[in-house]
Write a new protein. Structure first.
Length: 71
């Protein structure tokens, strides 16, 4: 799965999400995406059975079960 259509998502994980340098848990940590924040996803990739979204400002978050779409 790969998609280049931008979308908005809200972090729904109470503890926030790790922002990674690439699409997958094996990449280094870059920071934290706090609970409730809304982000623009510029690209999506599937890695390790999960969907990862590339943040407009840089870095990747795991979207599977941890974000909700914003319409």
């Amino acid at each position: 799965m790969s998609s280049d259509t931008p979308c908005l998502v809200r972090v729904s994980c109470r503890s926030g999400l790790n922002v990674r340098a690439g699409a997958g848990a094996r990449y280094s940590l870059m920071g934290l995406a706090p609970f409730g924040y809304i982000y623009t996803i510029t690209e999506k990739k599937q890695a390790g059975g999960q969907v990862w979204g590339k943040l407009k400002g840089g870095g990747w978050i795991c979207m599977t079960g941890y974000t909700e779409p914003i319409r």
